[in-house]
Design a protein around this ligand. Structure first.
Ligand code: G4P
Ligand code: NA
Ligand code: NA
Length: 194
């Protein structure tokens, strides 16, 4: 098991066969050193890609994205889920369908923070059905920038998010890939990281 898989086994709680609670180190409390290790691992995989910007979405994507940005020495932009009071002009938006809430939400970034020709790494904490990931990809495409790939902390490989991204030709790097989970435990797909 790699460092993240170990942590998931120690601290993760399987709430349902499709829902993993990891709020002791990702979604509520953050373990900074551990999060830095995650960010560095994502950065390492994209080191050769001459990334110029990282794009994520509030709130839980921000922490791994910032540590990857620190390592790659590039700025990090997070898409907003709610309209900001000060962020009104020059917005790029896309629609994201939430399976959990069964509603469509608009996400946005200011176009001044993402320029045509930039090489973008998209980071998020979870990859499930891939709706958020596709929404972020649409923002990058609308800006005329290039998607170098996705860096995911936890991929639920039994859901179809990865396949949707791969079908569009995108590279997907996930630090932990869960093939199955239930009350008896969590099973991971093989990983190269220790
Ligand atoms: P998706 O399946 O298409 O990814 O979207 P969904 O609407 O189901 O996801 C809603 C939220 O739940 C997202 O965070 C997503 O990252 C998160 N999520 C999806 N599966 C899991 C899971 O198994 N465990 C946990 N802990 N989270 C999961 P969000 O609402 O945008 O919140 P946040 O980023 O502010 O934390
Ligand atoms: Na997220
Ligand atoms: Na989340």
């Amino acid at each position: 098991m790699n460092f993240l898989e170990k942590k998931i086994c120690e601290e993760g709680i399987v709430l349902a066969p499709t829902v993993l609670k990891v709020d002791s180190f990702i979604n509520h409390q953050i373990d900074p050193l551990f999060m830095q290790q995650i960010g560095c691992e994502i950065a390492k995989r994209y080191k050769a890609e001459r990334i110029t910007k990282i794009l994520t979405i509030e709130s839980s994507g921000i922490a791994p994205a910032v540590f990857a940005g620190l390592e790659l020495d590039v700025p990090v932009v997070f898409a907003r889920k709610k309209k900001s009071l000060t962020l009104t002009d020059g917005l790029i938006t896309s629609k994201v369908y939430s399976f959990t809430k069964q509603e469509e939400n608009e996400i946005s970034i200011a176009n001044k923070f993402l320029s045509a020709g930039e090489r973008v790494l998209i980071i998020d904490d979870f990859l499930a059905h891939g709706e958020a990931a596709l929404g972020l990809a649409e923002l990058v495409n609308k800006a005329g920038a290039l998607i170098s790939g996705f860096g995911i902390v936890i991929e639920k490989s039994f859901q179809d998010g990865r396949q949707k991204l791969v079908d569009k030709g995108y590279r997907v790097e996930s630090i932990a890939r869960i093939s199955e989970m239930n009350a008896n435990g969590i099973t991971f797909l093989k990983s190269e990281v220790t």
